[in-house]
Design a protein around this ligand. Sequence first.
Ligand code: CP
Length: 326
Amino acid sequence: MQTNLHGRDLIGDLDFTKEEVETVLDVAFDLKRKRALNEPTPYLRDKVLAMLFFFSSTRTRGSFEAGMAHLGGHAAFIESTTTQIKHGDTSTEIGEIYGRYFDGIAIRHCDWALGNQYINEVAKASRVPVLNMQCDIYHPFQCLADLMTIMEKKGRDLRKKKIVVSWAYAASYLKPISVPQSLILQMPRFGMDVTLSYPKEFPLMPEIEAAAAEQAKKFGTKFDIVHDMDEGFKDADVVYAKSWGPLLTTTDAAEGKRLQDKYKNWMTDAKKMKLAKEDAIFMHPLPADRDVEVTNEVMDGPQSVVFDEAENRMHAQNAVMALTMG
Ligand code: CP
């Protein structure tokens, strides 16, 4: 067990080794059990986390804020438009200054071609751990919660289990590509066969797809890309179907919407779930476009694990914070 995570950043999914992720999961399961027993977990007493948001959130804000309180510390919610960032505070200054006030800096910055770079710049200047609450490339805490949830439902040995990471249609907005990218990077390390499914205009970053293939080779699993939702769902143990924008094809919002609207039939419904294994689980990080991305019948049905997934955000994050900020 690798336990020396003190002071470490978590920005990309592969920043922690597989053994370190296993440590995170062990701690997360322990924290979840302790919370169920109402046992105190004051591992970060008197510590303060800065939560700097450049993008809206329901789960991420709530779970980090509640999580810090459960660990005996405090989280400061800082909405970027209320700061002096637009008047000139640079990423380096944020890292340098907030690193002196706080014991950890968590950032959500999803702007395409900006977010990940910004978080890395803050991390370079910061003396405390920097945690990625979602950027344009990665959503590592969502992925840790997803892994934890899959293990709860399917067991800790995930070898030969198939996960389909599928694009789905949404009408609300062009969603970031960070969730599918994190999933295809992390899941092969835990033995899962990954099928990535999307219409041809919706690829992920080529270097991330290549890195996922490399992880699959390293860990002896499968990594396939298909362009048909039904084919992707076939015999899956885990169905993870969500929308993302065609950012590698166009960054023009109107053109992106036009491309998205070509694929309104890419919706998860009971018929599509029947293509997966009988005991397959349905996952989604939320928010979902109900009856557009996925039917209410599936979202609220017996195969859906979306609320356990949302809960596990907090336990997985608490584990990382306790290990890195303690
Ligand atoms: N899944 C997730 O990150 O949710 P929020 O956008 O509400 O934080």
